[in-house]
Design a protein around this ligand. Structure first.
Ligand SMILES: [Mg+2]
Length: 294
């Protein structure tokens, strides 16, 4: 499989998981199952009244990170910030409280460290959400040097989330994306990465009914990892993730990013790809990223 297939797989995996899962976000499981059965088609709607194929913050912030890297790969943080501000000023339907506050505070203070610190104070230290995790993927496919990749991953997390827990989740996720992008085997790479992170190792032995696909960044990452390791094709991985409910778009998009980079673009269902409204934009970004990597 070539790198372009993996890059497009990663980007469209995120978008498909997001567009599919957003229908179920903020809906309780009982009501959702009654209305949608086992959701496996991208139909839009939901609390945000999305068009079929419309994506949310998970994909749009991922694009912002990719565009920031494309503008200056050696020093991307300010450019990622500019793209996040541009997206925010378009009044997104879906945005997490920590991202929203940090972007607002950046507008006041003009400095991301200061902004995320003020957000940490405003939220009494409760900045362990998934905001920085859901957008970090493009970093893992853009940097050849692993340590440089981890450094940028960490700095982008602290732009909005003053949280060691959020930083750690981003590092685990991007270490995996990096390894799969470079052709490593699924379980071998996962076990290697999780060696250093004891609280994540339970995902290897958990039951589905023990998952908590909501709340903090650790819960959402464990839920997406669980679906990735317990299914063996893109469609089943992403469907399992969104049908957990909770933060279905985020868990779906993160599981989708893993599945897409591992199995490649052609392994994603055509009926989903055809629905994604920003399909052309994602293809252009994928081609630009492919040139940056090669
Ligand atoms: Mg979302």
């Amino acid at each position: 499989m070539d790198k372009k297939d993996k890059i497009l797989g990663a980007l469209f995996g995120v978008a498909c998981g997001d567009a599919l899962g957003a229908t179920l976000q903020f809906i309780d499981k009982k009501t959702g199952e009654c209305n949608f059965g086992y959701l496996n088609n991208i139909i839009g709607g939901g609390v945000m009244r999305l068009k079929p194929g419309e994506v949310t913050d998970d994909t749009m912030m991922t694009i912002a990170v990719a565009e920031g890297i494309l503008q200056d790969k050696s020093n991307p943080i300010e450019f990622i910030g500019k793209q996040l501000l541009k997206w925010y000023d378009e009044n997104p339907k879906d945005i997490g409280i920590t991202d929203q506050l940090s972007i607002e505070k950046f507008k006041l203070y003009g400095n991301w460290s200061e902004a995320s610190l003020k957000t940490y104070e405003s939220l009494n230290g409760k900045t362990n959400g998934s905001g920085s995790l859901k957008r970090c993927l493009p970093i893992a496919i853009s940097y050849e040097n692993f340590n440089e990749m981890i450094g940028v991953t960490s700095r982008q997390s602290y732009m909005t989330h003053q949280s060691r827990q959020a930083e750690e989740a981003c590092i685990i996720y991007n270490s995996l994306i990096y390894k799969y992008f470079h052709g490593e085997e699924k379980m071998e790479a996962l076990k290697e990465v999780l060696k250093k992170y004891e609280k994540y190792q339970k995902v290897l032995t958990m039951n589905k009914n023990q998952l908590k696909p909501y709340g903090d960044v650790t819960n959402t990452l464990i839920s997406s990892l669980y679906c990735f390791i317990n299914e063996n094709n893109c469609e089943n991985i992403i469907c399992e993730a969104v049908n957990l409910y909770g933060e279905s778009d985020t868990v779906g998009s993160m599981a989708g990013g893993l599945a897409g980079v591992y199995y490649g673009f052609n392994a994603l269902p055509d009926r989903w790809i055809d629905k994604i409204l920003i399909r052309d934009k994602l293809i252009i970004i994928g081609e630009q990223l492919n040139r940056v990597v090669n």
